[in-house]
Design a protein around this ligand. Structure first.
Ligand SMILES: NC(=O)c1ccc[n+]([C@@H]2O[C@H](COP(=O)([O-])OP(=O)(O)OC[C@H]3O[C@@H](n4cnc5c(N)ncnc54)[C@H](OP(=O)(O)O)[C@@H]3O)[C@@H](O)[C@H]2O)c1
Length: 286
């Protein structure tokens, strides 16, 4: 039976990037829907779950993409609400690459250091990618300092993550000025920068003299770099004694995870692939 992926996207035009990756991941037929609003989701899901018998539903899946993560989250919620009993299909959320990118960054960091015993600083920690990086690091047992220009915003994200990871160690930190970032990075072995595109959050002179730092990962691909002095192409090379990755350097791992996650959707009809499940899948890729 043919594998059908229903791609739903809140943007006016469904993401071509998401479509290409789906086809490269082995999907036979892609049904793309752009400008999808939450109140339209149920009828799209019904079209997917009532057309094939329960035993064949693993051949149909849903991908929620697009550029706006909170709108994507709202669509995912409606998708899962529309299922009942065995009448369901597997679904994955990766709006703006938030889940695959966060998973790839944390996996890359974990290849160099045991995450359960590190202090990690997440810059841009209040954004969709940063929040997921914070969540995954906390789940791994790292002591996470989550940075923002506003300590209040950072604290409220830490509270939200702590509700999901009860044993998590998360502290909101102000990281909007060079003085604040210098304090925030002190004692950290890992820094992952997930700030907005084209904004430097961590100047080179600060991280190059942070004695404890061992791994630095920048997820911003738009100049200037989010972490000064780390090329977007850096892929595990050492600079100032620190193992460095840029956004493109992490991109290979991200794409591998994205394709594996799409393929995994067709293994059963019950998967809901959000940040944690996608990270777990990435871990199993080895
Ligand atoms: N490599 C990939 O495949 C890939 C995929 C997806 C995303 N990305 C990149 O990952 C990064 C994070 O994505 P995102 O969607 O989570 O980012 P985002 O929501 O645009 O921004 C993340 C955080 O950056 C801070 N910020 C925004 N404007 C700022 C400014 N002018 N100065 C300092 N801080 C600012 C904000 O935190 P506060 O207001 O709380 O300070 C915001 O919550 C982006 O650079 C994105 O391009 C890469």
């Amino acid at each position: 039976m043919k594998k059908i992926l229903i791609q739903i996207d809140p943007d006016l035009q469904a993401s071509v990037f998401d479509s290409v990756v789906a086809i490269d991941s082995g999907v036979d037929h892609l049904l793309c829907h752009g400008a999808v609003r939450p109140d339209q989701v149920q009828s799209l899901v019904h079209g997917g779950i009532f057309t094939r018998g329960p035993k064949d539903l693993h051949n149909t899946a849903i991908f929620v993409g697009g550029s706006n993560v909170s709108e994507g989250e709202a669509l995912l919620k409606e998708v899962t609400k529309s299922f009942f009993g065995p009448m369901r299909v597997s679904v994955m959320l990766d709006a703006n690459g938030c889940n695959t990118t966060a998973a790839a960054a944390v996996l890359r960091a974990g290849t160099h250091l045991g995450l359960s015993s590190v202090n990690a600083l997440v810059l841009g920690g209040t954004g969709p990618v940063g929040q997921r990086v914070g969540l995954l690091l906390a789940k791994e047992g790292a002591s996470v300092r989550l940075g923002s220009r506003s300590k209040e915003r950072a604290d409220s994200v830490c509270t939200a993550i702590s509700e999901k990871v009860e044993s998590g160690s998360l502290t909101g930190v102000a990281a909007g000025t060079t003085d604040e970032v210098t304090v925030a990075i002190d004692g950290c072995e890992i820094v992952i920068s997930a700030g907005a595109a084209g904004v430097e959050l961590l100047p080179e002179e600060i991280w190059s003299s942070a004695d404890s730092l061992k791994v630095a990962i920048d997820l911003n691909a738009v100049p200037p770099e989010g972490i000064g002095g780390i090329s977007v192409f850096a892929k595990g090379e050492e600079k100032h004694g620190v193992i460095c990755y840029g956004a493109v350097g992490v991109g290979g791992t991200k794409m591998k995870i994205h394709k594996a996650a799409i393929a995994a959707l067709f293994e059963s009809n019950v998967k809901v692939l959000d940040a944690e499940a996608i990270y777990e899948l990435g871990q199993n890729l080895g």
